[in-house]
Structures are given as C-alpha cells and as structure tokens.
Design a protein around this ligand. Structure first.
Ligand code: NAD
Length: 257
C-alpha cells in the first residue's frame, strides 16, 4: 500500500518560506518528494534557503504577499515553469506588538495587511488555479493550509492586530472550504502555540519564559520540526476527507488556562 503522506512531484507553494517555520515546511515537503515554490519578501533569505535545500526541486519568488499583482504573477510563473500547482501553505506572517490601547493604526494595518489580506490574496490566486483544474476534469486538484495561531482562537496580550488577523484566517478557511468543497479542494488551518523562531525570540526570553511554559501541558516550546509534519499531513492524501478544520499543533496550549 502506498504511503498517503507522499506528495511525489506535486508542486506546493509556501509563502514566508525564507526562514523559520516556512523553511522547515519546505524541507519536510521535499522529504515527501514534493517540489517547492518558495515565496518571501527577503531575497537574501530566499537565496540562502534555495542553496541549503538544493535548487533542483526548489524555485524561489521574491515579493510581498499583500501585493495582488505580485501574487497573481507568481502563481502564473509557477504554473508556466512547473506546469501545475497542487497545494498552498499560507505561512507568511509578521508581528508588530503593542497593547490595544497604545497601538498605532500603522501597526494595525501592517499586520492585517500581511497576515490576513496577504493570506486571502494567495488563497484566491491559488484557489482560482485549482478551480480551473477541477473544471477541466481533475478529480483531485489540490489543497490549502492556512497558518493561524492559538492567538486567533484564545486571544493574546499585546498583539490585538495579530490575534484579529489570525482569527480572520480561520474565517478564510471555513468560507473557502465551504465554497470549494464541490471541487474537492480541501482548506484547513493550523494553529501554532510557541515555536522557536525569530518571531518568538522576545517572548521566550527569561522575563516571560516560565509564564508561557506553565501553560503548555507538554512543558516545552515547540521546534519547527514539531510542527512541520502535522502541517504537511493536511496537504496530503492522508487528509483527503478533512476540510474546514483548525488543528492546534501547540503541545496543548489551546486547551490550557
Ligand atoms: P518568521 O518571522 O521566522 O518567518 C516569517 C517569514 O515570512 C520570513 O521569512 C519573512 O521574510 C516572511 N515574510 C514576512 N512578511 C512577508 C510578506 N509581506 N511577503 C512575503 N513574505 C513575508 O516567522 P515564523 O515563526 O516562521 O512564522 C511563520 C508563520 O507561523 C506565521 O504566519 C506566524 O504568524 C505563524 N505562527 C508562528 C508562531 C511561532 O511561535 N513562531 C506561532 C503561531 C503562528
């Protein structure tokens, strides 16, 4: 029996793939024999990722996920160069922390722009491609995983822009899953808790460390290696009957007080 996690020669677009979780997702996808199209705003990190992962199965596209012209052109380029797209991981994200009463409107717009509007733009662009494949008779056009956060399910302190964007991502997931189910396109969300990347460097420092750790039943922060396999599972045939769901990959943080 074939392993349903394998994605041999499927082309998966990963946004924010230059570093952190996105880069680990790319590595995981390559181990499942997929091809990866990495999108990131940082050209240097993209080049580094491509060198490290090997250029033969990795293509790179530099630009901003909140720019619809760039995203649409990127999807067209991936299809032209690779022949197809089978999946999207909507992973690019930023934080601009401030307490709700102090937050500048620019901080609000920046985070909503990348984390929510950017996720929508990528979802729509790849979704249109997957729908056109379905209409041409492809019974299994592909799937999408949107990266949310426990901040979008239980709130967070000092990041109202981020929490609102990540709640919005859950809405993107449920709406598109309902609209696109008839094309056999699966859309799901994953919610991470505290992953050891540049994004959480401040929060993991001594001042906050024990407070957060005490709320994680598994008693440790996660590595990027902890979250990548379960995320890729949702893109694979092993998850073919799962859609519109939000999976916390967080050591139990979501269910803890
Ligand atoms: P990271 O900061 O290490 O990496 C984010 C990547 O996104 C970077 O490579 C960055 O250049 C890229 N990026 C930022 N803005 C972009 C834009 N406008 N267009 C294209 N690329 C852009 O972050 P990470 O920790 O790897 O987070 C990845 C995802 O996981 C994010 O959506 C984040 O919100 C989510 N998440 C992370 C954690 C965590 O604990 N690290 C927890 C919950 C959710």
């Amino acid at each position: 029996m074939q392993n349903p996690m394998m994605m041999t020669d499927r082309v998966i677009m990963v946004t924010g793939g230059g570093q952190g979780i996105g880069r680990q997702l790319a590595e995981q996808l390559l181990s499942l024999e997929a091809k990866v199209a990495l999108v990131d705003i940082d050209a240097g990190m993209l080049a580094e990722a491509r060198d490290a992962l090997g250029a033969s199965r990795v293509s790179t596209y530099c630009g901003d996920v909140s720019d619809p012209e760039f995203v649409n052109a990127t999807v067209d380029s991936i299809v032209a160069e690779q022949g197809d797209i089978h999946g999207l991981i909507n992973n690019a994200g930023i934080v601009r922390a401030a307490m709700a009463s102090e937050m500048a409107i620019e901080q609000w717009h920046q985070v909503i722009g990348v984390n929510l509007t950017g996720a929508f733009i990528c979802l729509q662009a790849v979704g249109r491609h997957l729908i056109s494949k379905a209409k041409e008779g492809d019974p299994n056009p592909g799937s999408v995983v949107n990266i949310s956060s426990d901040a979008g399910r239980r709130g967070t302190i000092g990041q109202i822009n981020y929490g609102a964007a990540k709640s919005g991502v859950l809405g993107l997931t449920m709406c598109s899953a309902r609209e696109w189910g008839r094309y056999n396109i699966n859309v799901n969300s994953v919610c991470y808790g505290m992953v050891e990347t540049a994004m959480t460097a401040t929060i993991r420092q001594e001042k906050f460390r024990d407070k957060y750790l005490s709320q994680i039943p598994l008693g440790r922060f996660s590595t990027t290696g902890d979250v990548a396999p379960a995320t890729c599972f949702l893109l694979s045939d092993a998850a073919s009957y799962i859609t519109g769901q939000h999976l916390s990959i967080d050591g139990g943080f979501y269910i803890s007080s």
